[in-house]
Design a protein around this ligand. Structure first.
Ligand SMILES: Nc1ncnc2c1ncn2[C@@H]1O[C@H](COP(=O)(O)OP(=O)(O)OP(=O)(O)O)[C@@H](O)[C@H]1O
Ligand SMILES: [Mg+2]
Length: 254
């Protein structure tokens, strides 16, 4: 087993709308892959297949060498295989506290099966300081998510994924614009994932952000992979010229 994720000839339609047309896609161990493409290209659909949200109609998928049965695969199975996703749509419950958001769906219980809230709060404090590097005064386990900045919220979702020992963290960047400061934080989290020997798929519309943290780029256009590039072989300038090519070809009238 030399790949963390392997997809071969994956097809996916939604009630006649073809979203993916024969995708071959791989993620290696300890690799950060930047997934690029225009709106509606199929990026979210692709990662939702890996994370068990959507099934696929045709093709083969392996995670850590395990052959995935599309009829049986689920988000829970993806978690068990070490795949954690931070979704483009709201990843966290706004009105809830930080600690509740971290342990949502995976509560710590004591021997009698009762919730161990004290432990959950202590762990949240640890996560914030060790994984997220929060030094912030005012932010603690009891803070409500809505009081955090956009970048901090992404940080919470990413840290949660890391806390549960994900081997693959998938990030579907929110369309909501992040400030430069917040983007920097997210990039630092990705660097952290890489340093810990884990892998990441990072979807972003901003290739200037994605370029320095990625090992490899995969471009997708109208449901097909149209290019893959190693970071060491392509400059930011060259990569953006490549992507413009696809944007141009997609507005051509044949
Ligand atoms: N649940 C769904 N039901 C029907 N069609 C869908 C569904 N999800 C995606 N699609 C369609 O599949 C295609 C690919 O969508 P997808 O969300 O994967 O694009 P994307 O690359 O993530 O775009 P964006 O950058 O805007 O997030 C689009 O035509 C979209 O309308
Ligand atoms: Mg999307």
């Amino acid at each position: 087993m030399d790949k963390l994720v392997e997809m071969k000839n994956i097809h996916k339609s939604f009630d006649g709308v073809v979203a993916l047309k024969g995708i071959d896609f791989e993620v290696g161990f300890n690799e950060v892959v930047g997934l690029l493409g225009d709106n509606g290209a199929g990026k979210s659909t692709l990662i939702k297949i890996i994370s068990g949200v959507h099934s696929f109609d045709e093709g083969e998928m392996y995670i850590k060498g395990v052959k995935i049965n599309p009829k049986k695969y689920s988000v829970k199975m993806a978690h068990n295989l070490g795949v954690e996703t931070v979704y483009q749509e709201k990843a966290l419950a706004d009105k809830q506290t930080l600690w509740r958001n971290i342990f949502i769906g995976r509560q710590i219980t004591n021997k009698l099966g009762f919730l161990n809230i004290k432990k959950e709060k202590e762990e949240t404090d640890k996560i914030m300081h060790v994984l997220m590097g929060f030094r912030g005064i005012g932010v603690n386990a009891d803070s409500a998510i809505k009081t955090l900045s956009g970048g901090e919220r992404e940080g919470v979702a990413i840290s949660r994924a890391m806390y549960f020992e994900a081997d693959l963290v998938i990030l579907d960047e929110p369309t909501m614009a992040l400030s430069l400061q917040e983007v920097k934080k997210v990039l630092k989290f990705i660097q952290n994932i890489k340093d810990k020997g884990k892998s990441c798929i990072y979807i972003s519309h901003n290739i200037a952000n994605i370029h320095p943290v990625s090992d490899r780029f995969v471009a997708i256009d109208r449901g097909k992979i149209v290019g893959t590039y190693n970071r060491k072989d392509i400059s930011l300038q060259e990569l953006s010229e490549e992507l413009i090519k696809y944007t141009k070809s997609s507005i051509q009238i044949n």
